[in-house]
Design a protein around this ligand. Structure first.
Ligand SMILES: NC(=O)c1ccc[n+]([C@@H]2O[C@H](COP(=O)([O-])OP(=O)(O)OC[C@H]3O[C@@H](n4cnc5c(N)ncnc54)[C@H](O)[C@@H]3O)[C@@H](O)[C@H]2O)c1
Ligand SMILES: O=P(O)(O)OC[C@@H](O)[C@@H](O)[C@H](O)[C@H](O)CO
Length: 494
């Protein structure tokens, strides 16, 4: 099968449905290393970066993407000279844009030296990350889990790091010993205060090194590395074979690096860069001194409702979020959560009209072209619940309110964890780093027992929520209403 590559670009013509990369972006010099080159980075930061390079004519911000666990993205993109399509599906139409921003792809499991060299290259001025919530290897208290085998191995031997924080920190160490030039670490994962979180984890790594080595590295990082926080938003479901076939119809060649997304995108970034940055504002990114209100807004309104819909939808047998919000009872849960529980907890985020922002998100979910699978979003719930739903629960309880809808969201996660099958009999996979711990409730149908057991997972619920007896009672009642065996909310398709 003929693949997309530079040789084929010349034979393609731009049209209403096809946009090609600017001549210069495919020759851009590498200025950014990205750890975790998954679908989201390719559809979001890489697109902003290419637009900024084109707008300013500064083609020194090409991207070197590093895979993390599997070499698949390298195998997909290297034969394509780093080119890949971004298939933007709005409710009205689909448009394919071929991106040239990714100039190099490394697979650090077998190219550790090349990644180390890139991270030490003075031309590289930004190291960005999207390694998923669990990829940071945080323990229950939020600090680096230095007992995790990958982290422990990276602390013992820096030559071929295996963990994301190990790769980053050992890379900074190589830079300190080499060019010594300043650099910015930019986290683009869905974590609150993500810049400070990554800075803290890097410092935890340094603190676990032998004292002299760790102190020297931490001191250098303190002076030469910044960790701005950023809020990122663009819905990017996993690409399917059907998507690749559709893009092939437009391109005439196969694109195994294809990503699919919506036309909405947002990026709010703290302007704290140690060694310059692309003019991302020319591509629509917003810079601000205080990203936190935007992060809370996005994580609680979008991600909180997304996870709630994912669990309720999967339990009811819906495959996608678009199908889930087409069920008026489930859409009402998401709307209630946004309006009645989340918005009262939020501080103003610039000029954003929070109610309109929530309505816009509900409209984005309805986009039938996105086909975002409920079980993809349901994955790793133990890592997502605290920032997506439990912050809302805590803030409402502190205000003396009853977080009815957010409690349904938490109950929906519990029902998903406990249920081996959806209402229509389809299997519900439990894909979670705490799966071994969560297994104990698998197959249970008694809401009280499930709540009792899952509330003991302190990494998720802390010490405060399990002690709150009235919230616990509401949670048991909510769980009784969403369990597939007993449900009233999730029974929409029965
Ligand atoms: N997809 C979206 O809609 C979206 C939107 C906003 C933000 N994000 C953020 O981007 C992240 C990645 O999303 P994606 O769509 O690119 O997913 P993806 O599955 O396409 O890519 C995930 C990346 O994370 C790496 N990774 C996974 N587990 C890891 C681990 N344990 N240690 C180190 N690396 C690990 C993978 O190797 C891969 O490079 C999300 O978790 C989220 O924080 C995604
Ligand atoms: O990518 P995850 O697994 O962290 O979360 C799944 C979705 O909720 C998330 O990716 C949203 O699509 C995204 O945050 C929208 O900007």
């Amino acid at each position: 099968m003929t693949r997309l590559d530079r040789a084929h670009l010349g034979g393609l013509a731009e049209s209403e449905t096809l946009r090609l990369p600017a001549r210069h972006s495919v020759d851009a010099a590498v200025g950014i290393v990205h750890l975790g080159i998954g679908a989201f980075h390719r559809a979001h930061q890489a697109a902003y970066t290419e637009d900024a390079m084109i707008a300013t004519g500064d083609f020194t911000w090409g991207i070197c993407g590093a895979t993390q666990r599997s070499p698949r993205v390298r195998e997909d993109l290297v034969p394509q000279d780093g080119l890949y399509g971004i298939l933007v599906r709005s409710p009205q139409r689909a448009q394919l844009r071929v991106s040239g921003a990714v100039r190099e792809v490394l697979s650090p499991t077998d190219q550790a030296d090349l990644l180390t060299a890139r991270l030490a290259d003075p031309a590289v001025r930004i190291v960005s990350l999207t390694v998923t919530e669990k990829g940071y290897r945080r323990g229950g208290d939020g600090t680096l889990d230095v007992t995790h085998p990958d982290v422990a191995a990276d602390l013992a031997d820096g030559s071929a790091p295996r963990s994301a924080v190990g790769r980053l920190t050992r890379g900074l160490q190589g830079r300190m010993r080499g060019c010594g030039a300043p650099v910015t670490v930019l986290c683009c994962d869905n974590l609150p205060n993500n810049g400070a979180v990554v800075r803290g984890l890097v410092h935890d790594f340094c603190a676990a090194l032998p004292t002299a080595e760790g102190d020297e590295l931490a001191g250098w990082i303190g002076q030469h590395v910044t960790f701005p926080t950023s809020m990122v938003d663009r819905i990017v479901p996993a690409t399917t074979a059907g998507d690749i076939a559709e893009a092939q119809g437009i391109l005439g060649v196969q694109d195994r690096g294809l990503v699919v997304t919506e036309d909405f995108r947002q990026w709010v970034i703290e302007d704290d860069f140690a060694a310059g940055r692309p003019a991302w504002e020319s591509a629509g990114a917003e810079f601000t001194d205080d990203v936190e209100p935007y992060e809370h807004m996005k994580l609680r309104i979008l991600n909180g409702s997304h996870s709630t819909l994912a669990y309720l939808g999967a339990l009811a047998g819906y495959e996608t979020i678009a199908q889930t919000v087409a069920d008026p009872r489930l859409a009402e849960v998401a709307r209630g959560l946004i309006r009645e529980d989340v918005i009262p907890t939020l501080a103003p985020a610039g000029q954003t009209d929070l109610a309109a922002y929530g309505d816009q998100i509900m409209a984005r979910y309805e986009n039938p072209g996105l086909r975002h699978r409920t079980i993809q979003i349901a994955m790793d719930g133990s890592q997502k619940l605290p920032q997506r739903l439990l912050g809302t629960v805590r803030d409402r309880l502190s205000a003396g309110a009853r977080p009815t809808w957010a409690t349904v969201g938490v109950a929906a996660w519990m029902a998903y964890v406990a249920s081996e099958r959806a209402a229509d009999g389809r299997e519900l996979p439990l894909d979670d780093p705490l799966a071994d711990r969560l297994q104990s409730v698998r197959g249970l149908t008694d809401p009280d027992r499930i709540v009792t057991d899952l509330l003991t997972v302190r990494d998720v619920f802390g010490d405060d929520l399990p002690e709150n007896t009235s919230w616990r009672a509401d949670l048991v009642a909510a769980l009784a209403s969403v369990l597939p065996s007993k449900n009233t909310v999730g029974k929409a398709r029965a």
